[in-house]
Structures are given as C-alpha cells and as structure tokens.
Design a protein. Structure first.
Lengths: 449, 514
C-alpha cells in the first residue's frame, strides 16, 4: 500500500519492542462484542492510482461543467478566472501540508499571509479590521449576528428581503438556539429600505446584502443611520466581493460589521465549497473582543524583529470553552491564501479594472436579454447580476436552456421555493463570459420563451 | 487542537545575544504592502471598451489601497514566505489530536477535475449527476466504516459537525416535547474545547465529568450526574488522552436508559477503522474530520470538512441539503424544508452542499486504501504511537500506565528539577528539526505533551524522532538551560512575544505602521 511505509518486518520488530504478541493486543480495550473480526470486508480492497483516477474521471465526466457551456449562474457563487500561479503557490508543500500556525516561529509563512489577508479584507470592505476567515459567507453572517447581539446585549435581528435566503436560513439555524429572534419581510427586489420600519429597541442588528440576491445595489447609508439611531448595528453582507472594486465600500456607508463570501477571488466554484467567509468590523476594542474566529497579529521576536502570531485567543473555544465567542477553531486557511495571492496579483488597479469589466459585460447582456420578447429586466441598478421576469416558470426555462447546452442562471424558486417568484430568473455575468457566450444565451432564451 | 498557553509565559526570555541563523535560502521578505504598490498588477485583463454606470449613486470614488505585484514578484514573495513554514512534507508533525498524516497528491489532482471543481452549486440537478454520485459514494464509505444509518455531509469543519450532531439531538428532544426540561450536556473535562463551546452554542448547559486515575471517564461521577434533565453526553473516543474508553458501551446504555443521547467526537477515528464500528458502541451522532482521518490537507488551518453520521433515531432531523436517489436511477437534491423528506430537518448549516473539494479528496483517499488498507491505517497508527511510547517511556513520564491508541500522552514530571517547562521543551524540539507535539492539552494532565505520529511515518523516522526526544531530555537533566529558554535559535523567527501581540493588537498593516 503506497501510503504506508512500514514493512511486515518493521511491524514485527516494533511489536517486539512494545512487548506484545500481536497487533490485536493493542486494541484490547475495545469491548469484545464490538470487535470487527473481518475488518471492512464489505468495502472494496485498495486500488492503484490509475484505478482511482479512472473511476473519478468517469464521475467527473458525468456532469456538465461550467467550462463546457455558456455559463451565467451566480446567486452567491461566481465563476471568475483564477491565474495559474495562484493554484501553483497554494500547492507548495509548506502551505498545503502545514497545520494551524500554533507554533509561530515555524509558521511565519502562514501567519504573514494571514496578516496580509486581514489587511486586504479590511481595505476592500472599508473596515478597520478583519479576522482570519470563516467557513463561508453564510456562516460569517450568522456569526456576525451573534457578535452584534453580544455587543448590543440585545436579541433581535432584522433580515432584509434581499438577503440570500440560504444566508437567512443559516442565520436562523445557528442563532435561534442562542435566543436570537429574527424578523424579515417577503422577498422583493428593491424593498430592502423598508426594514428600517422593523427596527425596535430590542433590535441588535439589521442584516442587509448589497448587491442583494436579485443583483440590486443597495445604498446602505440610510439604513446605517436608522440602525444607529435605535442603538442597533448594521451588518452588511456581500456575496460577490468583486463588486467592491466598483462600489462604495460598506465601511464608507456606515456598516459596523461586514460578512462576505470571498470565493470570487482566488477560489473555484467547487460545487459550493470549500469557500472563504470574510468577517470585518470597526476597529473598536468592544467589537474585536466579541468577534468570532482567529486573528493574526503583529509582534516582535526575542531580537526585536517583526513577526506574527495568532492573538486575542482568550475569546476562543480552546481557552474559554463554553464561554467562547464561537465554537469555530479551524478557518479556511488555504482558501484565504488563494484569495490573498489573487488579490496581490490584481492590486488596486487590477481589482478595479476587473470589477469594471464585470459591470460592462453585465450591462451588455442585460440589454440583450431585456430586448427579448417576454423577458423583462427588473433591476434599476446592478453590478454583475440582475433579475429577469419571464413569461413562464424560470425552472422550466433553465432546464430547457441546459438541454441546449446553456447554463442560463438560477431560478429564484430554486432558492426561495415555489411561489410568487416562480417567473424570476437571476443571471450573473463575469469576465469569463465572451460576446459569443452572451449571443448564444440570448438566442437560446429567445427560442425557449 | 494543539496548544493551550493561557496563563503561561508567552514572553521570550532575554536573549543570550545569539542571532538567529539567516541562511542563504531564507531571504528576508517584507509585507505585500511594502514590496508591492497600488500601481503594479500581475494580471492582464480585457480592455474596457465603454464605461457604463448602472450603480445608482453608489460608485466607488476612492482607491482601495490594495498593493499589487507583477507575476514574478508574486511568485517570489509567496515562495519566500512559504519557506518560513514547517510542513508534513518536511518532517514528522506529531501534533496529538490533529492526525497530521501524508497528503497524497493524487487527491489534489482529482479535486481539480472540472466535473467537481468547475461546477456551480445551483446548476440544474440534471447537469450535476456526477457530483451527486460522488457524494453518494462518499456517504456509502463513511456509513460502512462507522456502521451508522445516515450522514449529513454539509458541515464545513469538525466544530460545525459537532454542532450538526447536537442540533439533531436538540431537534429530537424537541420532538418529544422535552426541550424545556432536558437541557444538561455532560462533557468530560478532558474534552476538546469545541465540545463545551458547541453545546453552549446549541443552548445547552454544560456539566463537566471528571476523569479517573486511568485517564478514562470516572464512571461513579458519571452515574451520579445522570437524570431526567440530561440531554446528551459528548465523549471523544478514543479519548483525548489517547485511550479507548472500555466502558463506552455501558456509558451509551446508561445515557439511553435516562432518555439522553450519545454524541461521539470523531476526532480520533484514525485509531479504530476496521477494528470496531461506532454504531456497535451505541453512538447516536459523530462528526468525522475528513481533514484528519481521510487526509484532506490542513492547509495552514483549513478548509476542513465535518460530515456527521447519525443513528436511525436522529437521521430524519439531518439538515438540508442532502442527496437522494441512487446510482441505479438519477440523484436528486433536497434543499428546502418544504421538499419531500425534509419535514423534520432542523435547518441549514452553510450556504451550499458542504466541502465538495474535500469530499473528492477523501473519497480518493478511501478508494486508494480500500477496506483492507483502512484497517491497516488504524493498526499502523496505533503501532507507531505505541512504538514511540515504548522507546520513550523509561525517560519520559507517560501520563497513564499501559499501551495507548494512536497517540501517546506524557506529563511533565520527567522535567521536575530541571527548570525546563513543557513550553521550553517543545520549543527546543524545533531546533531538532521537528514541529512540537500538542502541549498543555488535555487539561487533565499536568504540562501535557500529546504525541501522534500517524501511520505515514516510517520506522526510521520514528527512531530519529525518539533519539531527538531522548537527547533533549538528557540535555534538560544536564541543566543545559539555554538550549531550552533560548529556543528556537534556528527557526525563521526567535521566540515571539505573544503577550505584546495581545496587549497591543496590531491586526492589519496601515501606511504609517512602519
């Protein structure tokens, strides 16, 4: 077996040194009734690299991947081009096969890149500080709500109607058990501002996504004002961080905490994971002390030279146990590294150019599709994603498009469930889409409507 | 889980003037924001041919401040940084409870196949049958290995898997109408910190149970704690002392008799594959760390994956989404509560279907080993740990008598009178070319050192490590203090000041920091 270095001779010599007769003597504590005499006989035996590769290649080929079709899906996961050097660098042994940097003297590579990551996240969100990542944008949102509840000592939470419904569900699942009460309104493309009316003196936070799940860009400033006037916090959610290259940052608009999905930068679609949740907040001790997850911080070594360590861990589960701010321990290390390297390659110039390119292409496609008989563009404004009203259920339309080899967006009903939004189709465009892709999509959509 | 330095000296001792070595292959490297600037860019993008603006009044008016680099500069910056990391590929990584085993590169290659990596989670289900098939196969393997009835694949990491299991238990208690009265969760004091943190996050009250002198659950104390308000016990098995709980079946029976549930922390599954099935131990829910047992890379702290296996009693409470159907027909995906089969689902753990990239790697790992190889993995893991225990036990102080499972636990009594602490000892190990073991955990052992070599170490590698450990122990007895208090001397940084980092937090670069 290629991954196991011990020979039979080694094993015998080692048993001898230990002073036992057989390997089973080391498993004596397993209750006799529970011991497996035949091992895992009902599973196949070990397989060569070739055999494994053959099988998984077959499975892989059974799907229609995004590279095989004009592709326009978004809804919280976006297909962007990731430079080849990103994937090369994250596969360096020293990054790929290291553990959480608990021994900082031999983990400066990971710690410095986390410090760079935290800085980049703070820069693009316009916030004071950021942590070392969460699992994904939805769990970052739930943790942000819990954080807001601790800071304000309130239990109410208002979710905007344009919040991705999966983010809403995750937030409810992960916060209800801690006494958080969430309120929301019926989903709508451009009603987010009305949640100001739901704020009460029990409200810890309002959660507003921009661009929202329908692609609409939301002005957070009036909502920040309304929240602050009532002593509540504004949590800004962003599922497409490339938009931050072209839009005013949540920090500029008064957000107190930002929860975002960072997958767009450096990370593949991966059928939904692994992704990288971003969590940024005001540079305020009270906020930082209540934040979940890990922070890398700057310090000095015994010579006074700069170095980095994990810090402020007195908030965390391995020290505080049941009093910790969160049960999270690991984060999305390698995904943060991919994010950091991709963003280093882009820099300010590239990041803003990339965002402008996404917007330009989205505007072009929106106009093409809006011109199709029966299709109606519903957004007044948007970044790289928009919503169309169709003359028939969008689920059927998307299936018909797939049969024509076009992955033409996400039916709102897929994420909201069947009902009044059945005729809405959410379409995303990125720099990966060519003019030909867009023309093919428009042609196919016109045919199936 | 690896280190617990709270209340211990985290400030370096004054140096003896030794400068750390700065070999030719380890160049100094500034921060990205010092080596790059906002004008540089390492990506060529399609030219902009028009500048539409449908952003309302919300266009960005200021620069981001992001620093950029050309591609060659980027490579150099991050390769130089990488050289400041220890890694499994460089040497034995004996972090107890972390299972730092070899990461096969086949798995990396497979995870990047476009039918897995270039799939959108919300594509039509008809276009993702291969991915759903892979999830179904992974589930099959996990269920055969554990003997359990169902598995929730979506939890993103071990701690989220714990939460998934505990939320299933909470839902089951709620379904019986007992939520108000049944709210106490028993957690051994040797447990991972995530266990009490998870139970608390699920709304339960934590009640600690002590360990006995043998490092196992104190059965008398456990029985005294049982009552109608007990919701569950959260127990790691093999436990965090590296020992199998021999009374585990009795613990399960007793908790069930009192109407509670048995949550097993699966962090140490690597010790028992093919030797027993957790179902036969009476477990109701257990998360599986794919990044430990099934070798998906730790990546400097994630991403992990924590699928949670469930007993029949809990299966229907599993969260959405989940895969339905089988290879004979076509696969479906249940994503919302109103869909068939999801009426009792407790909710949703994450935005999409879980860590697909980790699922592919874990399945490639399992297929490569096969049922026969997985049993060999556990046998070799336990053999390697016991071999180290045997080689070290005359000089070091094993925390408990007898053999261990996949990790060997020592206390710090072998350092009595030497003036060397567990922390100093482990830092000195860095100068011997090793990553330190897990230290000061579990909390039930004074100055704990928890050593988990894993099955992917050769006999030669184990002997070299044992020799290094023994020579360090001798140096401690010989009062060679500087070798410990000044350690590490040969790492990319000397001992770092964690106290200063916490007292004066600098969490990001700013233009005027330096």
């Amino acid at each position: 077996m290629r991954y196991l270095p011990l020979s039979q001779g080694d094993r015998e010599q080692m048993l001898d040194q230990i002073g036992v007769q057989s390997i089973d003597d080391l498993f004596d504590d397993i209750p006799a009734a529970a011991r497996l005499s035949d091992g895992l006989d009902d599973l196949p035996d070990h397989a060569s690299e070739q055999m494994v590769e053959r099988h998984l290649n077959q499975l892989s080929a059974r799907s229609l991947n995004a590279g095989q079709a004009p592709f326009f899906c978004g809804g919280g996961a976006y297909r962007h081009h990731v430079p080849a050097s990103v994937d090369h660098l994250i596969q360096r042994s020293e990054f790929l096969t290291s553990y959480t940097p608990y021994q900082p003297e031999i983990a400066q590579g990971t710690l410095q890149t986390l410090f760079e990551f935290q800085t980049q996240v703070a820069q693009i969100t316009g916030m004071g500080v950021a942590n070392a990542s969460m699992y994904d944008g939805s769990t970052a949102t739930a943790e942000a709500v819990l954080m807001a509840a601790r800071i304000t000592r309130r239990q109410g939470c208002v979710l905007a109607p344009g919040l991705h419904p999966h983010y809403g569900e995750v937030t409810r699942t992960l916060t209800e058990t801690q006494g958080i009460q969430t309120k929301t309104m019926a989903p709508a493309i451009n009603q987010d501002h009305q949640i100001a009316d739901l704020i009460t003196k029990e409200t810890a936070c309002i959660v507003v996504q921009s661009p929202n799940v329908f692609g609409q860009v939301i002005d957070l400033a009036p909502l920040a004002e309304a929240a602050h006037a009532a002593g509540a916090l504004l949590i800004a959610v962003c599922t497409e961080v490339v938009s931050l290259g072209l839009l005013k940052s949540p920090g500029e608009m008064g957000a107190d905490i930002v929860a975002a999905e960072g997958q767009s930068i450096g990370n593949a679609l991966n059928f939904g994971g692994p992704y990288v949740g971003l969590l940024a907040c005001r540079d305020d001790r009270k906020f930082i002390r209540q934040a979940p997850g890990r922070f890398a911080g700057q310090t000095v070594d015994a010579n006074g030279d700069r170095g980095f360590v994990l810090t402020l861990s007195t908030r965390e589960q391995h020290i505080r146990r049941e009093k910790a701010t969160s049960n999270i321990c690991t984060n999305s290390g390698l995904c943060t590294l991919a994010f950091t390297i991709h963003l280093a390659l882009l820099g300010d110039r590239g990041f803003r150019h990339l965002a402008a390119l996404n917007h330009q292409k989205a505007c072009a496609l929106a106009d093409q599709l809006d011109a199709i008989d029966g299709a109606q563009l519903l957004n007044q404004n948007f970044f790289n994603e928009f919503t169309l009203r169709l003359p028939k259920p969008a689920t059927e339309v998307v299936e018909s498009l797939a049969q024509r080899g076009v992955l033409g967006g996400i039916p709102a009903a897929r994420i909201f469930g069947p009902g009044p939004l059945d005729d809405l189709l959410i379409v995303a465009v990125t720099e990966t889409n060519t003019d030909d892709d867009m023309a093919e999509f428009a042609k196919a959509l016109a045919e199936v409507l | 889980m690896a280190v617990h330095t709270q209340d211990r000296a985290t400030r370096p001792a004054a140096t003896d003037g030794t400068q750390r070595l700065s070999p030719a292959l380890l160049q100094d490297e500034g921060l990205l924001f010092e080596v790059g600037n906002e004008h540089k860019c390492g990506v060529d993008l399609e030219a902009l041919n028009e500048q539409p603006n449908r952003l309302g009044e919300l266009a960005r008016t200021s620069a981001t401040g992001l620093a950029g680099l050309s591609e060659p500069e980027t490579l150099r910056h991050y390769v130089r940084l990488s050289q400041r990391n220890y890694a499994i590929d460089l040497g034995l990584y004996p972090l107890g409870s972390c299972t730092m085993k070899h990461n096969p590169r086949l798995n990396e290659k497979m995870a990047r196949l476009p039918g897995f990596a270039d799939l959108h989670p919300l594509q039509p289900v008809s276009t993702v049958q291969g991915a759903l098939g892979l999830m179904d196969e992974l589930a099959h393997w996990l269920l055969r290995i554990t003997g359990m009835n169902a598995v929730a694949l979506s939890p993103k990491a071990g701690a989220q898997g714990e939460m998934c299991g505990m939320l299933c238990i909470r839902a089951a208690i709620d379904a019986k109408g007992e939520l108000a009265s049944r709210n106490r969760v028993l957690v051994p004091e040797s447990a991972h910190g995530t266990n009490p943190a998870t139970a608390a996050a699920c709304g339960f009250v934590i009640d600690q149970i002590p360990a006995n002198a043998d490092g196992r659950v104190d059965m008398d104390a456990f029985q005294q704690k049982l009552g109608p308000d007990v919701a569950a016990i959260m127990l790691t098995n093999p436990n965090t002392c590296g020992l199998f709980e021999p009374d585990i079946k009795r613990i399960a029976d007793l908790i069930h008799q009192h109407g509670g549930y048995f949550y097993c922390d699966g962090a140490n599954l690597n010790a028992i594959m093919g030797k027993c099935r957790v179902r036969d131990l009476g477990v109701d829910a257990m998360h599986i760390n794919l990044h430990k047992t099934f070798s998906t890379p730790h990546g400097g702290g994630g991403p992990g994956a924590g699928p949670t296996v469930l007993s029949n009693r809990l299966a229907k409470f599993a969260p959405v989404p989940f895969v339905t159907g089988d290879a004979g027909s076509s696969f479906g995906l249940v994503e919302r509560g109103e869909q068939k089969g999801a009426a009792d689902a407790f909710g949703r753990m994450c935005a999409f279907h879980g860590q697909m990239g980790m699922f592919v790697r874990a399945l490639a790992y399992m297929m490569s080993h096969g049922g026969d190889g997985l049993r060999q993995v556990s046998e070799d893991a336990v053999l390697n740990a016991n071999y180290l225990l045997a080689r070290l036990q005359d000089v070091f102080s094993p925390a408990f008598c007898g053999t261990c499972m996949h990790e060997a636990l020592f206390d710090d009594s072998f350092l009595d009178g030497t003036g060397v602490s567990t922390l100093d000892f482990s830092k000195a190990l860095i100068d011997e070319g090793y990553h330190p073991m897990t230290m000061y955990f579990p909390l039930v052992v004074h100055g704990a050192m928890l050593v988990e070599p894993t099955e992917t170490e050769s006999l030669q590698s184990l002997d070299q490590f044992a020799d290094a450990m023994l020579s360090l122990a001798q140096a401690a007895k010989d009062q060679d203090h500087d070798r410990f208090t000044q350690a590490p001397r040969t790492a990319p940084s000397l001992r770092l000041d964690e106290t200063q980092a916490a007292r004066h937090p600098i969490l990001r670069w700013t233009a005027n920091t330096e």
